[in-house]
Structure formats: structure tokens, C-alpha cells
Design a protein around this ligand. Structure first.
Ligand code: FE
Length: 408
């Protein structure tokens, strides 16, 4: 069974990444910060978790206000580093854990935490500011990450209590995963800072120390606070520390703090805390390896549930059809079908299914009907004709099964 062995709370100030990339680890102004991460690095080296689950927020790099999710979980096999305006950082791609992430999504959504699901989106400094200080990566990262994005940039934000309960639900999800994975949960952000308006530069070390104490010993006090309390006490952008509540919610009450570092240099109180679970044995929670909402679907003939597994494994094929919303993609396909399939990276089998307009084959191969119908329009078929094909009937045979065959 998977188990949580500890949790880390960490700031994610972007300048940590800049200083790291410029090798300023030993500069007097930066040494207190980098030295302060070393015990956390060493703890991870000793404990060797297989997976880090990261509660982080995206700073309008991979998501924008056209669609900004409250909670979103990454289910991709790997993640790139977001270009935040200054070019790409020299970091290797970060492995994800699609199967574990899928399980977490299914478990949490079945607990009524309706996470959005993403893939093919890079991660920004919400993850990559602290991660190189926590994990070695010269020859690739030593484990996988499951990123869970939290909206802390556009009100209404999830409440601190909601974040805490999200963490509790994460723990139940992790403890019901059958594989023996060691997991560390990370919450990033903060501590006190404000980086907009006349109050820019606000800090309060006394409040930061109280927060550090409460997150360990009495997180419910923090969970019951309102966003405005965080803003008043720690500065506007420090409200992002609600992501530490998500991390803390995933831990038990039987923890010990094994490391703490606090360094306030310019505008943000840069902090790293490491909590270790005293009891690291696997809990014998019921193994849940399938979405309970779909138990028994295999008995319903001719039906194919489109789930996250299908969505990740057939993303190329689905994007190929999805792109047919644009005139350019349609023109490309009409000009040279085989070339368009090649350009989209379709396999030979997929190309044959496209060539043969094999609608049922495409569905069985993981195409979603709602992208497939865009392709149907392009090749001049109506949905009714596609339905007939999937049922293995002629168009007239299919129409004869309808209440009003003339309504076509
Ligand atoms: Fe932030």
C-alpha cells in the first residue's frame, strides 16, 4: 500500500530559482537560504520517497483567466518547466506518475472534491523554485511528482478549511493505492509577503513564527481563518499559505518537525519546514483500484467510458480531431490525409482507422465522440450516419429504428 512518510512546507519565491541557476549558493546574501534547504535535501535523500505530491499554484503561466481551475491535478507522464518570460530554466523534464495521479483523481472526485484534470501543461516556480533544492537532478529526477494546482490568484479562492480537507482526502486516496509507494506531500508558497499596491513589501515575522507553530500543532486554528485574516496578518500574496494547510491535512497528528529554516531577505519570508510521520507503516485501508461509480460497466454492451486513462493515452489522436475546429487544420487534411496524420504523430493503426472512417474502431481506440464529430463534418458525414456505422447498420436500417425517421 502507498503511505505518506512526511510533509514539507516551502516557499516558492521565483528569485530562488534565479539565484540557483546563477550558482549563487555561496553568496553571503543567499547562503542562509540555500544552507537552510540542505537538511530537507538530506532528509529526502535518506527517506527516498518514490513520489512527491505537490500542492502548488500556477502564477498565470500554464493557466490563464480564460479558464482558471480552483483545483487541478496533473496526470501526465512528464512535465516541462514553464517559460515565465525569461526563457527556459536548465532543468530536466520532471516525471509524473499517471497511474497514481489517476487513482488520486478518481478517489478525490468520488469524495466530491471535483478536481480538474490536466496534462501537457508546464509547471512554474510554484513547483520548480524549491524542487531543485530538494531533489538532485543532474542525471534526471530521482522520483515522480503529482502536481495539484490550487487557485490562489483569483477570488473566490478555496477556503483554508477546504484546502485542509482536500489534504485529508488526499491521504485517504494515497492510503487506498495498492502499490507500495513512499510519498511525501509538499505545500508551497509564502510566508508573509505582499507584492502589489502601496502595501508592497509588507512582512510580519511574529505572525510567520506563529503560523509555523500552528501549522504543526494546531492547524485547525489556521483552517478556520478567513482569507482576509491571512491578508491582514501576512500580506496580500501570503494568502497562498492555504496550500500548506492542504499539505498539513494530508499528515496525521503523530508527526515531528525535523527541520525548520526561516530567512527574510527582501520581500518574502523564505521558509522550509520538514515534518516526519512517526508511524510510517502502511495502513490497511480498503484497496480501491477502480472508480466505484463505474463498477459493472463492463456488463453494459457496446459502451466505452471515456476516462482519464483514455484521455492521457489517446491525447494525440483526440487532439488531431480537436484541431479540425480550425480552417488551417481542415485544409491540411483535405490536401493530404496521410501527411496530416503523420504530422499529428498518429500510429499506422490510427492512420488506417482514419483512412477507413472506421468510427467504431476509433471509439474503441480512445477517440472521444465529441472530437470525432468534427472529423465527421470535415469528411461530409452527419452524426446520424456515424451512429449507423457504429451500430453496424446501413443508414436506412438505422433510420428505421428511430421514432421519426424523417427527422434527419
Ligand atoms: Fe506564489
Amino acid at each position: 500500500m502507498a503511505r505518506i512518510i512526511g510533509g514539507i512546507g516551502s516557499s516558492h519565491v521565483p528569485t530562488i530559482g534565479v539565484a540557483y541557476d546563477k550558482n549563487r549558493q555561496d553568496f553571503p546574501a543567499w547562503a542562509p537560504l540555500f544552507k537552510g534547504f540542505e537538511p530537507a535535501f538530506n532528509w529526502l535523500q535518506e527517506k527516498k520517497p518514490d513520489v512527491l505530491v505537490f500542492f502548488y499554484n500556477d502564477h498565470l503561466n500554464a493557466f490563464f483567466y480564460d479558464l482558471y481551475p480552483t483545483f487541478a491535478i496533473g496526470v501526465a507522464p512528464s512535465y516541462g518547466v514553464a517559460d515565465e518570460g525569461a526563457g527556459l530554466r536548465p532543468l530536466p523534464a520532471l516525471p509524473g506518475h499517471p497511474e497514481f495521479a489517476r487513482h488520486i483523481a478518481e478517489s478525490m472526485i468520488n469524495e466530491e472534491f471535483d478536481l480538474s484534470v490536466f496534462q501537457d501543461r508546464p509547471l512554474d516556480h510554484g513547483v520548480f523554485s524549491p524542487l531543485p533544492l530538494l531533489w538532485p537532478h543532474k542525471d534526471g529526477w530521482p522520483g515522480a511528482v503529482v502536481p495539484i494546482q490550487v487557485n490562489v490568484v483569483q477570488y473566490p479562492l478555496p477556503t483554508a478549511m477546504r484546502c485542509f480537507r482536500l489534504g485529508q482526502a488526499l491521504r485517504r486516496a494515497i492510503e487506498s493505492y495498492p502499490e507500495d509507494l513512499k510519498v511525501v506531500v509538499v505545500g508551497t508558497g509564502g510566508l508573509s509577503h505582499q507584492i502589489h499596491g502601496e502595501r508592497t513589501g509588507y512582512n510580519d515575522t511574529d505572525w510567520d513564527m506563529r503560523f509555523i507553530d500552528l501549522i504543526e500543532k494546531d492547524p485547525m486554528v489556521l483552517a478556520e481563518m478567513k482569507h482576509v485574516d491571512y491578508i491582514r496578518l501576512g500580506g496580500a500574496e501570503s494568502v497562498e499559505v492555504i496550500m500548506w494547510l492542504a499539505m498539513r491535512g494530508a499528515l496525521s497528528n503523530d508527526i515531528k518537525k525535523v527541520h525548520q529554516n526561516y530567512y527574510l531577505a527582501t520581500t518574502t519570508a523564505m521558509t522550509v519546514l520538514v515534518f516526519e510521520e512517526n508511524d510510517q507503516t502502511a495502513k490497511n485501508n480498503a484497496i480501491v483500484s477502480q472508480n466505484p461509480q463505474l463498477t459493472g460497466i463492463e456488463d453494459i454492451a457496446g459502451t466505452y467510458a471515456f476516462d482519464i486513462k483514455t484521455g492521457t493515452e489517446s491525447i494525440r489522436l483526440n487532439r488531431f480531431f480537436w484541431n479540425m475546429k480550425t480552417p488551417a487544420s481542415r485544409a491540411e487534411f483535405e490536401q493530404d490525409e496521410a501527411a496530416a496524420c503523420r504530422k499529428a504523430g498518429l500510429t499506422e493503426e490510427e492512420t488506417a482507422l482514419v483512412r477507413d472512417r472506421n468510427w467504431l474502431g476509433l471509439i474503441k481506440h480512445g477517440a472521444n465522440f465529441f472530437v470525432l464529430e468534427k472529423f465527421a463534418r470535415l469528411v461530409g458525414q452527419t452524426n446520424l450516419e456515424v451512429y449507423a456505422s457504429m451500430r453496424g447498420e446501413t443508414f436506412d436500417e438505422f433510420l428505421a429504428t428511430r421514432q421519426v425517421p424523417e427527422a434527419r
